[in-house]
Design a protein around this ligand. Structure first.
Ligand code: TEU
Length: 559
């Protein structure tokens, strides 16, 4: 019998603090705002809060550029506020994990300020510095955020490495002093009582020190073969586990940017002594073309099913799955995978059904529980995300028209997931009394928490029902999974089973009626319907094997 771990059974709720709730009217979400809403978070039935970075930061990348790991970002409040949030979270029998960003720091961190002073500064080797090659950057690597990964620094006339923005210099994990400092940071927060870490781009921490030119034009292939999965990455994570993680009863999830399915168990296999689980990205980057995020391509359900099927097959009983469809880096799930127009409510509930009936640890992102959608940004000046702003410059250089960029940025940009949470239909959606840091979606007038609280048939209350059902039946967390109709382009049907229950999940990912036929289940009429996003009586014109648009059904199959 495999020993079950608490972090396998939890539902995690990701908070992007900047956009969650503002308490002091500066237009920026903060920790006291989260405290104000802690009872709401608890009412969802979630178990763990994942807090996106709250450390001191100049916010070039909204906190993923840290200038002091031991203090709280000014706009978010004080360390006392954090201590109160942690206490209240634990009092309500929830846990809290922090976002650990240690592949890079801010260029305003003390270490980098020292490092760039001189070539013999004691902190010089905390980062990667290289001489120009015939006046050019050391190699052809491109940043996630556009341009070269090398920024020239006049002071010492050398380039420094930054896989992300130029204000996010990469740390040199080859240095034992760097690793020692990072382990100190981790222990500081763990000794305060936090319950684990989400580890930002952890597969990137080991660099290939030859810094050879990438042979690929395809950005994704360059990431996999040149940035991620470096020669010492597992040595470093295993050392981190030995020195820190193994000493605490915590959960760890690695953001596995650039990790192909074939390598997932190397990072999170149960006997690897590395991480508990990882986020793999094939499914959320399904509409990324060869040029990455701003080179969108169409996606289809058959490909999505294949990705999940391969994921579960690859993990086998060695690795533990994560189940997520969105976060602060990807557009809103109802707009990306559902239908945020005519079938907004039905498709949001269908996506909730998928998230809460798949195998693994479930991660929900703030606002998805009420079906928050993408936003239409009219002016280029209204984009905040450094990745989008840099891409705009790149499009201009390539002579692509602004209108085309605006279309793509509105479709793919990360700002879509970062609009303030819509608490009510009042001004600024109840997020702030001040001027919001990012435009609030005008549809908060009809998509907001207050209205959905009082509507038993709302998306919010459907999430609560689905979360409750998942907690009632262990088969959803631990049961086996098998997809039944891989070639169907519209319907996703899968079984979940264990020794006690067998579940059939039927999801119509289309805006049309769809008929399905399964040899194994020719007549479902006498099967117990555990959950559906259509009311069987008032809303259904068909029974059994004909599905309404975006209809989701969860059947309890009698053994
Ligand atoms: O994301 C890194 C990553 O691999 C991508 O998902 C990235 O967000 C990019 O948008 C892909 O197109 C992590 C954080 O989640 C992200 O918010 C940070 O911007 C990034 O690392 C740098 O810290």
């Amino acid at each position: 019998m495999i020993t079950r771990k608490w972090w396998q059974e939890v539902i995690v709720y990701q908070i992007y603090p900047r956009s969650f709730k503002d308490s002091d009217g500066d237009g920026i979400g903060d920790i006291p705002g989260i405290i104000d809403k802690i009872d709401y978070i608890k009412s969802l039935g979630v178990d763990v809060i994942w807090l996106s970075p709250i450390y001191k930061s100049p916010n070039d990348d909204n906190g993923y550029d840290i200038s002091d790991y031991y203090s709280i970002m000014d706009e978010f409040g004080l360390m006392d506020d954090f201590d109160e949030l942690l206490h209240k979270t634990h009092t309500l029998e929830m846990k809290l994990i922090m976002d650990l960003v240690v592949n890079h720091t801010s260029d305003e961190h003390f270490w980098f300020r020292e490092s760039q002073k001189s070539k013999d500064n004691p902190y010089r080797d905390f980062y990667f510095w290289k001489k120009p090659q015939n006046g050019n950057p050391p190699n052809n690597w491109k940043s996630y955020f556009g341009g070269s990964v090398w920024e020239f620094d006049d002071r010492t006339e050398e380039y420094y490495l930054h896989l992300f923005s130029k204000k996010q210099p990469d740390l040199n994990w080859e240095s034992p002093k760097v690793r020692e400092e990072i382990y100190k940071i981790m222990k500081f927060w763990l000794d305060k009582g936090i319950d684990g870490f989400r580890m930002d781009v952890i597969p990137l921490i080991s660099k290939r020190l030859g810094f050879e030119d990438s042979e690929y034009d395809n950005f994704g292939k360059t990431v996999v073969n040149y940035y991620a999965n470096g020669p010492r990455v597992h040595e470093f994570i295993q050392e981190m586990n030995k020195e820190v993680l193994s000493k605490y009863n915590i959960m760890t999830v690695g953001e596995a940017a650039g990790v192909p399915l074939s390598m997932v168990n190397l990072y999170a296999g149960k006997d690897r002594n590395e991480l508990n689980m990882i986020f793999q990205f094939d499914h959320v980057e399904i509409n990324f073309g060869s040029g990455g995020r701003f080179d969108p391509q169409n996606w289809n359900l058959i490909d999505l099913k294949n990705i999940f099927n391969k994921y579960y097959e690859q993990l086998g009983d060695i690795g533990w799955p994560t189940v997520f469809l969105g976060n602060h880096d990807f557009t809103r799930i109802v707009s990306r995978l559902g239908n945020d127009g005519e079938y907004w409510e039905k498709s949001a509930k269908l996506i909730a059904t998928f998230l809460l009936t798949m195998k693994g640890t479930v991660y929900l992102y703030q606002g998805d529980e009420i079906g928050m959608t993408n936003i239409t940004i009219e002016s280029p000046d209204d984009f905040n995300d450094v990745e989008t702003i840099n891409a705009m410059e790149d499009f201009k250089k390539r002579g692509i028209k602004d209108e085309e960029f605006m279309r793509i940025a509105n479709q793919q940009g990360r700002d879509n997931a970062r609009t303030p949470v819509q608490w009510c239909a009042k001004e600024n959606a109840g997020f702030t009394e001040g001027l919001p840091w990012l435009k609030i979606n005008p549809n908060h007038l009809h998509i907001n928490i207050e209205d959905q609280e009082s509507d038993n048939n709302s998306i919010l209350n459907y999430y609560r029902k689905a979360i409750h059902l998942r907690k009632e039946m262990a088969v959803f967390t631990y049961g086996d999974y098998k997809s039944l109709n891989n070639e169907d382009p519209n319907i996703y049907i899968y079984e979940r089973w264990d020794n006690s229950n067998k579940i059939l999940v039927v999801l119509n990912f289309s805006s049309d009626n769809q008929r399905f036929y399964l040899r194994e289940y020719s007549d479902l009429s006498d099967m117990e319907l555990l959950l559906s996003n259509y009311d069987n009586i008032s809303e259904k014109t068909h029974q059994n094997n004909l599905l309404e648009p975006w209809e989701a059904r969860v059947y309890n199959i009698k053994y």
